[in-house]
Write a protein that binds this ligand. Structure first.
Ligand SMILES: [Cu+2]
Length: 638
């Protein structure tokens, strides 16, 4: 990494010098480190990204929040942060992780590492139902319901898998989503082996998770036992590549230590091509062995489910184009992307056009399946598509986005693939992922590209050493890319999805008729506090601007269970329930019932109050939890 950083610093310093030396001519000095922005350009940029007060964005941008464990929602083109969806980390802003249902989902974990959000698809188009995302740290995957933008399920920890980085990626009709491991361990997990014996004793895993088409409920389908390669990213097929999933990996060397050196020795690494339909059939026919309750297929014993293909050194992204014909791997340690042709892959499989094998699995002949290596620049990571035959690759080392033309190429172009490189746009700095609106569908919206840069060095007012990440909005509607806007986000976006606002239909209140919580109360007469042994149950209504009842009495040592129903049916009438000195805050949306439990360990009178501003008399919306000494008779609540 060090040489990268040094190069980056040098590039940044040079860019600053260049911008300082740029001619004045009445122009304001550049806000960008790369180029001066004239007043005319400044106006163009502002008009392109400006969303006036009262107007709305055209697209949602769902960012992964990396090790913050959350998903962030921003608008495009404004890049304004709109909302945070808590997924793997408690979030008092929405009371997530405080009520019983969300606490149960989180289990004992208080963080996750969200890398790749994936919108559900039907017929290779976003269907607006769910957003899935992975937790690389704790081997989990979550489902967010886009009807209410809430996390509804966390599946995992997935057995036999460590560091599910290459996830979540859905198949063309969301039958499955795939997770592949970045880390390998001795299996079954819990077994100890020496990392010196890494190649022999360690294994990775590809996991297929089944998604129920009715309600999105995820369950483990099957796994494929993999050699100890570090699987990085995945892309699923569509059209001609329907039924396949493609995974990049690094560490073909199978090094168990000092990966910086030992995992970068070979000129090419192996990408895995999974025929997931064949694998599903093999699993259904019990052709694997059961490990920790999951059917695990050994691809050396089940031919036809897995193939390898060599791609550019230390690849990162793996992206299928909107037609399903071209699959592009970004080899971050070589200056080109590798373009695979699915027709040639299928022919090579049919003709057994193999170049040896790796652990009993055929390696497809490189020259037979590769359409070309496009010289995009240094450090290609990810590729996205606009649906008009163009690809956009992020260059980590060069800190730019390269636009290039997808095949089919003319003979002249094939002879010199520099001719298919159409444009380059510098970004600031070290772009990792990028996203084009709708890129992974068969009909991208195009128009906008967001570059998710890894280092924001000096792009914003100083906020001390803990700096945000930088994201830049680029207009890709013309021949040349145009930089339009820049914004910042919490750590740390890895990937994102952009979907048109018109394609989602979120609700604004939970309809009363849909509230099936047996502890919901809608009438003041049904509220109250009851005791059963040491268990005290309160059924409470929250409504502008009071709690009914506004007094709860119990004794120290009791377990207090509170069910709060927000009986509002008006949008944005959200109430909170924060209990003084009890580390407790739930937030209840209109029409929702939430339950929290607390063991009462200290006597006293503890105010509770509405934490989410709700009306002019919000400040008056409060009550008391009276915790009496043990054995003292308890007053009856009003
Ligand atoms: Cu309130």
């Amino acid at each position: 990494m060090k040489p990268h950083i040094e190069k980056l610093l040098a590039t940044a310093a040079l860019a600053v010098v260049v911008s300082l030396l740029a001619p004045g001519c009445g122009q304001k000095k550049s806000a960008s480190a790369n180029n001066a922005v004239s007043d005319a350009e400044r106006k163009d940029m502002a008009l392109a990204s400006f969303v006036a007060p009262g107007e709305k964005d055209e697209y949602y941008l769902f960012y992964s929040g990396g090790h913050s464990g959350q998903i962030y929602v921003a608008g495009v083109p404004s890049l304004r942060h709109i909302s945070t969806i808590p997924v793997f980390t408690p979030y008092p802003g929405t009371g997530y992780g405080f009520d019983e249902a969300s606490k149960k989902m989180l289990g004992d974990y208080t963080w996750g590492d969200v890398h790749h959000p994936a919108l559900s698809q039907t017929d290779s188009l976003y269907d607006g139902r769910w957003l899935f995302c992975n937790d690389n740290a704790n081997n989990r995957v979550a489902r967010i319901d886009l009807r209410d933008f809430k996390t509804k399920q966390i599946l995992g920890p997935i057995p036999n898998a460590s560091g599910t980085h290459a996830s979540s990626f859905v198949t063309e009709n969301t039958d499955y989503l795939f997770l592949a491991t970045r880390f390998s361990t001795p299996l079954p997990r819990g077994r100890v082996a020496d990392p010196k014996d890494y190649a022999k004793e360690f294994n990775g895993m590809i996991t297929a998770v089944k998604v129920d088409p009715k309600d999105g409920e995820m369950s483990l389908a099957y796994q494929i036992l993999m050699p100890p390669l570090d699987f990085d990213l995945c892309s699923t097929g569509k059209g001609p590549s329907s039924g396949f999933a493609f995974f990049t990996s690094y560490n073909t060397e199978m090094a168990g230590d000092l990966l910086e050196v030992n995992a970068t020795q070979k000129d090419r690494d192996l990408a895995a091509i999974v025929n997931w339909k064949a694998a599903a059939e093999a699993a259904a026919a019990n052709k694997g062995t059961v490990m920790n309750g999951v059917q695990v297929l050994d691809p050396s014993k089940v031919p036809g489910i897995l193939y390898y293909v060599p791609v550019g050194k230390s690849p990162h992204g793996m992206d299928t184009d909107p037609t399903g014909q071209w699959i592009v791997a970004g080899g971050k340690l070589q200056p080109s992307t590798t373009v695979l042709n699915i027709d040639k892959i299928k022919a090579a499989i049919a003709n057994k056009d193999f170049d040896g094998e790796f652990r009993g699995v055929p390696i497809l002949n490189y020259n037979s399946v590769v359409e070309g290596e496009v010289p995009v620049g240094l450090g290609p990571l990810h590729t996205q598509y606009d649906g008009k035959g163009n690809a956009y690759t992020s260059l980590f080392v060069d800190s730019n986005i390269t636009k290039w033309k997808l095949p089919p190429w003319t003979d002249a172009e094939k002879k010199d693939l520099t001719s298919v490189v159409l444009d380059k746009m510098p970004v600031n700095f070290s772009v990792g992922h990028l996203v084009v609106a709708g890129s992974d569908t068969k009909k991208p919206y195009g128009k906008w590209l967001v570059a998710m840069n890894k280092l924001s060095k000096g792009r914003h007012v100083s906020v001390g050493p803990s700096q945000p990440e930088s994201s830049q909005l680029i207009d890709i509607s013309g021949d040349k890319m145009k930089m339009v806007a820049e914004a910042y986000t919490e750590p740390e976006p890895h990937f994102a999805q952009i979907v048109a606002v018109k394609d989602l239909k979120p609700i604004e209140v939970y309809p009363k008729t849909e509230n099936k919580d047996p502890n919901a109360v809608w009438d003041a007469k049904e509220t109250g506090v009851t005791r059963e042994g040491n268990k005290v149950t309160a059924k409470v209504i929250a409504v502008r601007s009071r709690f009914i009842p506004d007094r709860i009495d119990a004794n120290v040592g009791d377990e207090l269970i509170v069910h709060v129903t927000n009986i509002e049916q008006a949008g944005d009438m959200i109430h909170g329930f924060g209990v003084n000195d009890h580390n407790l805050n739930v937030v209840i949306d209109p029409g929702e019932t939430k339950t929290f439990k607390v063991k009462l360990t200290k006597t006293g009178v503890f105010p509770f109050y509405c934490t989410n501003f709700c009306s002019a008399l919000h400040q008056e919306m409060q009550g008391y939890l009276v915790v009496h000494p043990e054995g003292e008779p308890v007053a009856k609540a009003d």
